[in-house]
Design a protein. Sequence first.
Length: 276
Amino acid sequence: MAELTMARFHEVIVILYAVSLVFYFVDYLNKNRLAHRSGFFILSIVYMMQSGYLLWRLVETQRLPILSLYEGIYFYAWLLISLSMVLQLVSKVGFAVFFLNGIGFVFMTIYTFAPLQLEQSPIGDSLISELLIIHITFAIFSYAAFSMSFVFSILYLLVYKLLKQKKWSKQFGRLPALQTSLTGMKASIYVGIPILFVSLILGTQWAFVALDDWSLTDIKIIGSFFIIFIYSLVLFLQRRGKLTANDFAWANVFAFLFVIVNFFLGSKLSQFHFWM
């Protein structure tokens, strides 16, 4: 009964999330202030519902609910909506908010309709430690930062295309300037790389202490270091003038695809990364 109630609860969240995105899309098309406010109001309800559920799971399990793949997906979706709320309150990059929530909606839908949503991590409670929780939390924060870079990359490419084709519309004036998008891309990567690196260091330390059978050649570890390498290379080439701003944006888009692959496929192929 409780599981059915939770399933319906998350279905309501997904529905409200979708309605919110519809209002934001209407605002995007017609610059409708009422639609914008309605979208923000409904999104605030979604945020409170998600936050309430996370708090309930925190109290129930006496730990941060991130130790399974499905919990990680939920926390990632919550983190994206948190970032979108902050962006909406402190800046005017409305389209970044829309795209960020679009990604969050996809992950929330995956969590809601995927089987075994609350599956426990196979590593067992005996191996759970504060170090592991910090490691996973930092990893998800880095994914959120790379998501921001992806969103600003899409916005940059969109504005660049409109400028090149000289297509002006009432929506164009609400898009961020090219320089704003470029700055957002670089700032997000500058944040994401060190956070992911710290996460890997903490995770390696935890593995040495808690696991008897593990390897640095694990697909998840290799994938994470590859992500750091890719983003670092993209930044290096951009700073050396080897990549134009447009190429830099495309590179960020393709780099984010590696993040998504590592998030899902890496977890499935990993020998011990069952939770993320």
